[in-house]
Design a protein. Structure first.
Length: 162
């Protein structure tokens, strides 16, 4: 499966949330959980600025889904996210049984941009989601939206919001 026009619309929403995260002093990550029928179920952005580095949007989506969806609903839902899941979020995704993941920028791209822009490296290795959750359907990156994500990291490096 490839990234469709509809997927790109949801990815753009996730990147908008990443931009919102940056404007609130957080690292630029955003995610949206979409039901099989195309309904937005839950959305969030990174909330790590307060000192809890586990407050990733993908983790928040997994916790919300565990408490609000049936196992079938979780497996049919799609997670759209600005950046590929970190290992913590990938594991949460797998444990909860969420469905397909579509991301704008890969962990490898983000790691490279962080180094290029002199941003601190992640304290956790960027491991492909499929290595943590075998058999998961994953699509990404999206070249156009990845450039937009890179610009958010560039703005983060400049120390100001977009």
């Amino acid at each position: 499966m490839t990234i469709s026009d509809l997927d790109q619309q949801w990815l753009a929403r996730a990147v908008d949330l990443a931009e919102q995260a940056l404007t609130t002093g957080n690292d630029p990550y955003g995610s949206v959980l979409v039901a099989a029928d195309g309904t937005e179920l839950f959305a969030d952005h990174n909330r790590t600025a307060g000192g809890d580095d586990t407050r990733h949007p993908e983790f928040a989506l997994a916790r919300w889904a565990a408490g609000n969806l049936t196992p079938e609903g979780r497996s049919r839902a799609v997670v759209y996210t600005s950046g590929e899941h970190c290992p913590m979020c990938a594991a949460a995704h797998g444990w909860v049984g969420l469905g397909r993941i579509v991301y704008a920028a890969s962990a490898a791209q983000i790691s490279g941009w962080r180094a290029e822009l002199d941003l601190p490296a992640s304290p956790v290795a960027g491991i492909p989601v499929q290595d943590i959750v075998p058999g998961i359907r994953v699509e990404g990156p999206d070249p156009e939206l990845a450039e937009r994500v890179k610009s958010l990291f560039r703005n983060q490096n400049r120390g100001h919001a977009v």
